[in-house]
Design a protein around this ligand. Structure first.
Ligand SMILES: NC(=O)C1=CN([C@@H]2O[C@H](COP(=O)(O)OP(=O)(O)OC[C@H]3O[C@@H](n4cnc5c(N)ncnc54)[C@H](O)[C@@H]3O)[C@@H](O)[C@H]2O)C=CC1
Ligand SMILES: O=C([O-])CC(=O)C(=O)O
Length: 346
């Protein structure tokens, strides 16, 4: 039951399209011990993400940390009869224990947007939160893979990199900005327009994670469909504005939480599979990159035993996508530089 539940989740979404069970590389029950820590676990994303990680049989230890509220979330989730042991940690004095021995740390800590705000408007509060959490990661679990969800991702990932550099623990293979929700949205919107089975849809989304920096490559989407230029432009815009669509619909009660939890769980599962040696695990993520002249960029990434095994190129772009790529670079670079400057000065 638990395996079939997760199998259906993962099978529908994996970039490589293969099923969870057949690609694990080991029989059920013999997966290695893996500790996953969720920082911000009592929040809108944190709670459903903790639930989904509890359903993942690759996790043996689930550590739920927040500044408050985690004992309740942990007690609740811990009653689910799946493999992992769940422990809740509340308050900064417990952060070290929450992180010790973690293989993967997922960070959905920080404030979400309200209508009328950009992701960059979150910078002033979230930059400090991310900086302090990453300082603790450098101290207590310097080898963990870090999945950064907190916005603005285009700046929080460079902040994390600088914090790790200062601490002497930076490994570019282990730091990921989670852009999976952009891929999830692009797949859903494309399937609806192209009238194809959403479970079979595959396409990369590259660039960054804010407005025009989100660049879905519909020319590479499979199954192929004969969509007009106008339809592709509309799909691109809807993908770029997907977060705002949810912020407006929630009308002041926050941003995407459930779809983000799903996307975060899929990405963390891909990281765990990579760590466990499953071959050909490929997902999009915002990572240190040579794909363009920008120091960080989201593209397809092959995950392996050390995190990023290979940052894959963009593949062929059509003229519309080439224009989108050039147009996003100044904004993305300035968000990256803002993050680096903050981390250097604070
Ligand atoms: N990467 C992506 O695609 C997406 C990113 N996000 C971002 O995720 C973040 C969280 O969103 P929500 O869960 O909706 O917000 P929320 O406000 O519901 O939850 C955030 C949680 O973080 C906790 N927190 C605050 N400071 C903390 C600290 N120093 N240490 C640990 N926990 C701390 C809060 O107590 C709260 O429980 C936001 O920045 C949001 O913009 C949201 C959706 C998609
Ligand atoms: O839009 C937001 O503020 C949250 C987010 O990053 C998304 O839903 O893509």
């Amino acid at each position: 039951m638990r395996t079939s539940m997760l199998t259906s989740i993962v099978r529908r979404s994996s970039t490589t399209g293969a099923s969870y069970v057949s690609r694990r590389g080991f029989a059920s029950g013999s997966a290695p011990e893996r500790k996953v820590a969720v920082l911000g676990a009592a929040g809108g994303i944190g709670q459903p993400l903790s639930l989904l990680m509890k359903l993942n049989p690759l996790v043996s230890s689930l550590s739920l940390y927040d500044i408050a509220g985690t004992p309740g979330v942990a007690a609740d989730v811990s009653h689910i009869n799946t493999r992992s042991e769940v422990v809740g940690f509340a308050g900064e004095e417990q952060l070290g224990k929450a992180l010790e021995g973690a293989d993967v740390v997922i960070i959905p800590a920080g404030v979400p947007r309200k209508p009328g705000m950009t992701r960059d408007d979150l910078f002033n509060i979230n930059a400090g939160i991310v900086k302090s959490l990453c300082t603790a990661i450098a101290k207590y679990c310097p080898n963990a893979l870090v999945n950064m969800i907190s916005n603005p991702v285009n700046s929080t990932v460079p902040i994390a990199a600088e914090v790790f550099k200062k601490a002497g623990t930076y490994d570019e293979k282990k730091l990921f900005g989670v852009t999976m929700l952009d891929v999830v949205r692009a797949k859903t919107f494309y399937a609806g327009k192209a009238k194809v089975n959403v479970a079979e849809v595959n396409l990369p989304v590259v660039g960054g994670h804010a407005g025009i920096t989100i660049l879905p490559l519909f020319s590479q989407a499979t199954p192929k469909a004969n969509l007009s230029n106008e339809e592709i432009v509309a799909l691109t815009k809807r993908t770029q504005d997907g977060g705002t669509e949810v912020v407006e619909a929630k009308a002041g009660k926050g941003s995407a939480t459930l779809s983000m939890a799903y996307a975060g769980a899929i990405f963390a599962d891909a990281c765990l599979k990579g760590l466990n040696g499953v071959p050909d695990v490929v997902e999009c993520a915002f990572v240190q990159s040579n794909v363009t002249e920008l120091p960080f960029f989201a593209s397809k990434v092959r995950l392996g035993k050390n995190g990023v095994e290979e940052v894959l190129g963009l593949g062929p772009l059509n003229d519309y996508e080439k224009q989108g790529l050039e147009a996003l670079k100044p904004e993305l670079l300035s968000s990256i530089e803002k993050g680096i400057k903050f981390a250097k000065e604070n």
